[in-house]
Design a protein around this ligand. Structure first.
Ligand SMILES: Nc1ncnc2c1ncn2[C@@H]1O[C@H](COP(=O)(O)OP(=O)(O)O)[C@@H](O)[C@H]1O
Ligand SMILES: O=C(O)[C@H](O)[C@@H](O)[C@H](O)[C@H](O)COP(=O)(O)O
Length: 229
């Protein structure tokens, strides 16, 4: 059995009797896995790490480092923003939910492609709100659930983990001011914190303190990967 299949089996073992009610069955591979008696036919994606957090928390830096260390492809979320979004942020205006939705749907497609091809991958995406993370995982279906059912049913997907880089406003602001040649203005950081909803445990999230070096953070992620294997 491949490493990820083992990881997924172990992670979801406690839920095996309840899979059908816990997860939407729009994902063909997942519905096969969720069908009673078919647990052995598991062909999920390998691991996808989504590095998330407010602007300036170190997502791009960690993404490049981790990609190099693990030899996994890197998808940089900023590259998928439409020009209008980048121009808006460069003018010092925060994005709205409406601005972000098409961008998140594109990133969902990337995640789906990676899951279908069964490869490991890293994605960098601010993913500030819980709903944004649900759109990353479930696409437009995440928008059709009421907030009650979304909270209950749409928290995570096997093999997709959020790496949440957290730190104080002051530390991140100082790093943004020192950063050169980036379109994002430090003045937008407050709005990023206002929108941020830190991920809950049931979302498959690993919380990483950004006061540590990139290498230290990377080691913790590699340890996480080992524990899931
Ligand atoms: N662990 C770290 N320790 C110190 N500085 C860091 C760390 N991670 C990133 N930085 C610096 O902080 C700034 C913001 O990092 P960046 O990766 O661009 O953040 P983001 O992609 O989240 O906007 C950069 O100048 C980067 O060099
Ligand atoms: O959802 C958003 O408001 C944006 O995605 C934002 O969070 C992102 O951070 C910018 O694109 C700037 O890029 P950096 O995160 O690299 O600063």
């Amino acid at each position: 059995m491949k490493g990820q299949a083992r990881r997924v089996l172990r992670h979801y073992a406690p839920y095996q009797n309840n899979l059908q009610s816990c997860f939407p069955v729009h994902d063909l591979r997942w519905s096969v896995w969720a069908s009673p008696g078919h647990q052995a036919i598991l062909t999920p994606s390998e691991m996808i790490y989504v590095i998330m957090g407010v602007s300036g928390c170190g997502k791009t830096t960690l993404g490049a480092y981790l990609s190099h260390k693990l030899g996994w492809p890197l998808h940089e979320g900023d590259d998928f923003h439409p020009r209008e979004n980048v121009e808006k942020m460069a003018r010092g205006e925060p994005l709205t939910d409406q601005d972000r939705l098409p961008w998140l749907l594109k990133l969902h497609d990337v995640i789906q492609r990676e899951r279908s091809s069964g490869g490991d991958a890293i994605m960098v995406c601010s993913a500030l709100r819980r709903l944004y993370r649900q759109v990353l995982l479930f696409g437009s279906e995440a928008l059709t659930y009421s907030s009650d059912t979304a909270g209950l049913h749409m928290c995570s997907l096997p093999g997709v983990w959020f790496l949440f880089l957290y730190g104080t406003y002051d530390l991140i602001h100082a790093r943004m001011v020192a950063r050169r040649g980036h379109f994002m203005q430090p003045g937008l950081l407050r709005s990023q914190f206002d929108v941020l909803e830190p991920p809950a445990e049931e979302e498959n999230a690993l919380l990483l303190d950004i006061r540590r070096s990139t290498d230290d953070i990377c080691r913790e992620i590699q340890e996480h990967l080992r524990q899931l294997s």
